[in-house]
Design a binder for this molecule. Structure first.
Ligand SMILES: [Zn+2]
Ligand SMILES: [Zn+2]
Length: 530
């Protein structure tokens, strides 16, 4: 760390200090986050994971030991069949069962819940995020919370009072119970509590006709309702910090009632709160259709390298909505990140306050600790050009190796950006960024060239074979050719693009010719009958 984080104004550092102030100055802290895996865990849901992760890092930078737990609320019921699910009819029979009991519609995982959980668990390490995952189907299934379910039942009237205080209509009656029971016969949550013996036995009836007594210290089929389940787990895990989305953070929302319930039932201070806002997606081409209109974290990683994904979230205060772009804005976002990186390594001078901020944003963006020396900064636009020329990232990388002396880490970053450039060209890039090098100029184009244009192209071919140039030298040569042949530069450039790309325009010509290789361009020009 370059700066004193105790004074940092960076948002996660401020939250870390707030946690210490509110929860007491301790050695160990627990930060929590979680979701119901009812469908794709998308980039908006990811904001909660990374927000917690960055606060965890800020606490660690203050010398604290932190446990980061991520809860899969997969003991929640299967409430709705998502539109993209292949077997709509066949899955109706699983509605109201725990998500952990519903089979995987795609057949690749042990359950519906696992299908969506695995995707996140596999993607997070790429971003350097490694929480401890807790599956509530296991916790409830093994009756680990039995005593706390009993406590909630004992405080049933208190809980009803708290919840009713925030309700204007549909007040909860004395018949209300803070639990849900999965029927032992049909496994569905279509049950009604009839009685409680004051201990661990609940009597219930089910819509399937089943009547039973369940011992929730043994059967593992009883769970607390969400508004009671959440504060119970704060108590059980000793949670000091948990952010929540806008939907939960509204006045009288589950966050407010959870705060009161944890105090009233479990005599514990609520965790420090932080509300985070939504993410907007701005797409270039078509957005992934297979999953409906949501964007997965992995799809963002297809276009942005991991440190930039982190940069996007670290660089925006959680309370602020922001946009993730898939259109040509991608180019600028890479440049913004590289600028921040240069500020961190001191090769870009900015005023002190901004510097402190950007340095901290950069530290938070790194998947591991920052490198000792500044990594290579392959421009996204440049990589797009290389992919246009060489198609495969591996081939483009070979060319990069010929042009620049780079170490292993730099080559890794180059390859990472080249791979993203390829995905971007295939899925999102506007037409003007796409071109294809013609191995042989098309006759229909050559036939339209006049003598002056042909002479200029011939001159260019000769010059390219003479020696290797820098982009600046080559640029000067273009103008010398135009003067010698007395052709307008505009016409000259147009002719070169037409012959090489079949289009009247293209990427900046000198760097393009050098990236492609002068020899290769000369070979193409030789096909013209001068
Ligand atoms: Zn699967
Ligand atoms: Zn039943």
């Amino acid at each position: 760390m370059i700066m004193d984080v105790r004074k940092s104004l960076f948002w996660a550092d401020q939250i870390a200090r707030k946690i210490i102030a509110e929860q007491g100055d301790k050695k160990n802290y627990t930060c929590a986050s979680g979701i119901t895996p009812s469908g794709v865990v998308h980039i908006g849901n990811f904001r909660e994971i990374i927000t917690t992760h960055l606060v965890v890092k800020a606490l660690q930078d203050l010398g604290k030991k932190v446990r980061f737990i991520y809860s899969w609320d997969d003991f929640d019921r299967f409430r709705k069949i998502p539109k993209n699910l292949p077997d709509q009819e066949g899955f109706k029979k699983y509605l109201m069962m725990p998500l952990s009991d519903v089979p995987d519609p795609w057949g690749c995982h042990e359950s519906y819940a696992r299908h969506f959980e695995s995707e996140i668990e596999e993607t997070m390490p790429v971003l350097g995020i490694r929480p401890e995952y807790i599956r509530q189907s296991e916790m409830y299934g093994k009756c680990i919370y039995a005593n706390h379910i009993k406590e909630a039942l004992e405080y049933r009237r208190t809980i009803i009072d708290i919840l009713n205080r925030y309700r204007k209509k549909n007040l909860l009656s004395e018949e209300w119970w803070p639990v849900r029971i999965y029927c032992e016969n049909c496994r569905k949550d279509e049950t009604k509590v009839m009685d409680w013996d004051g201990g661990y036995i609940l009597s219930y009836t089910c819509s399937c006709g089943f009547k039973g007594d369940t011992d929730f210290s043994k059967t593992g089929n009883v769970k607390l309702v969400w508004r009671v389940d959440w504060p119970m787990r704060w108590y059980y895990e000793g949670v000091d910090f948990e952010p929540a989305g806008k939907d939960h953070s509204t006045p009288g929302g589950s966050r407010d009632t959870a705060n009161e319930i944890v105090k009233a039932v479990w005599k514990r201070k609520p965790p420090t709160h932080l509300m985070y806002d939504f993410i907007i997606i701005k797409s270039g081409g078509k957005m992934s259709g297979s999953e409906g209109n949501v964007v997965k974290v992995s799809e963002v990683l297809d276009v942005y390298i991991p440190e930039i994904v982190r940069f996007l979230f670290a660089g925006t205060k959680p309370r602020k909505e922001f946009t993730i772009s898939f259109d040509e804005e991608v180019i600028k976002i890479y440049e913004d990140f590289y600028y921040t990186e240069r500020v961190f390594y001191g090769s870009e001078k900015v005023q002190e306050k901004l510097k402190n901020h950007l340095v901290r944003v950069y530290e938070m963006s790194c998947v591991d600790e920052p490198e000792k020396n500044m990594p290579a900064q392959p421009g996204f636009k440049h990589c797009v050009e290389l992919i246009n020329i060489f198609r495969a990232p591996e081939k483009a990388l070979e060319r990069v190796k010929e042009m620049e002396k780079l170490n292993k880490k730099d080559l890794d970053r180059y390859f990472a950006v080249l791979s993203r450039a390829k995905a971007w060209l295939e899925r999102y890039a506007p037409e003007k960024y796409r071109f294809e090098l013609k191995e042989k100029p098309e006759d229909r184009i050559v036939n339209t060239l006049d003598d002056k244009e042909k002479t200029a192209l011939k001159e260019l071919m000769k010059k390219l074979e003479e020696k290797d140039y820098t982009p600046d030298e080559l640029f000067t040569i273009f103008y010398e050719i135009c003067e010698d042949v007395s052709i307008e530069p505009k016409r000259f450039f147009r002719a070169v693009y037409l012959v090489l790309l079949g289009k009247e325009y293209g990427p900046r010509l000198a760097p393009f010719i050098i990236s492609t290789g002068q020899k290769k361009i000369a070979e193409i020009l030789k096909h013209i009958q001068f």
